[in-house]
Design a protein around this ligand. Sequence first.
Ligand code: TXA
Ligand code: MG
Length: 323
Amino acid sequence: MCAQQTILSNCSTDALADAAAKLRAGGLVAFPTETVYGLGADATNERAVARIYEVKGRPNDHPVIVHLADINQLDDWVVDIPDYAIALARTFWPGPMTLILPRSAKAADFITGGQESVGIRIPKNPLALTLIKLAGVGIAAPSANRFGAISPTSARDVQEEIGAFLNPTTDLILDGGSSQVGVESTIIECLGARPKILRPGAIIQEMIEEVTGLTIDESSSTIRASGTLEQHYAPQAKVHLIDINKPTSEVAAGSGFLALAEIPTPNGAVRLAAPVNDEEYARVLYDALRQGDRLNLPTIYIVPPIGAGVAVAIRDRLKRASA
Ligand code: TXA
Ligand code: MG
């Protein structure tokens, strides 16, 4: 877990203080959150945020989420918060949830992609929270992967994805171990009379409906979210999805295989993970896909989980990975 390269740092108190200073000075800091690793910059520094786009190779009209440490900071960034969004914030923050809210003047065009709304998240990971507090500014952070690739769930993944594009003097990768949730936050649009789910995650529809007393608005959104592109979260390997009720005999020997532990490995396939439940499936999903690429497997066969809950988010990401 410790520094092999100048750019990788553990999460000691000194390292967090150094990382916060780097953020304030306009540098980039990749940091752990409970969902995936983020690539952070001072959300009020246009030049720093522009470097996020350069490092990710992401089109620069895509909005980024602003990460805060405390719900009291919300009023700086947003205006006219609907009551149901306040209920969600109070219940699920800190946690794996992003709210899209009407922006204040502080949320500049270079954060919102020119849209009138801003994405806000208070992550639960204590290292992330400490970093944001020490930095004393909102932290703009997309997932710390190259555009279109799989989100990183460890510091090693971040190093592999973007290490070569970071500057060892001004930037840093904080190593806080593996992400606990493993898929990106639930994104909830809070701009209309009812909440809309733009990206499923660990905070699921039933939880949102229970807390708000409202049913989810199922109509499609007009706002842009890059994670909602058809092909996203894709490994190099070709991903084939197999229905849980179909036999796995079509799996070619030498291919990767991912399914719940109860489903046996087909003959000659390379088992990439055998999670025992949907939560573990989410946690290991991206690492399993990366492992397939590290092994240079041409194809990965995957049996998606069928349940509700976080299985919805897993199926969403798998659909995109296989598109
Ligand atoms: O779990 C997560 O959300 C991680 C961690 C690092 O917090 N972050 C993350 O960021 O997944 P990113 O940029 O990879 O995905 C955020 C998605 C993007 O698709 C972006 O377009 C959308 O959120 N988004 C951000 N701000 C938005 C806004 N104002 N309106 C609509 N979509 C927005
Ligand atoms: Mg992303």
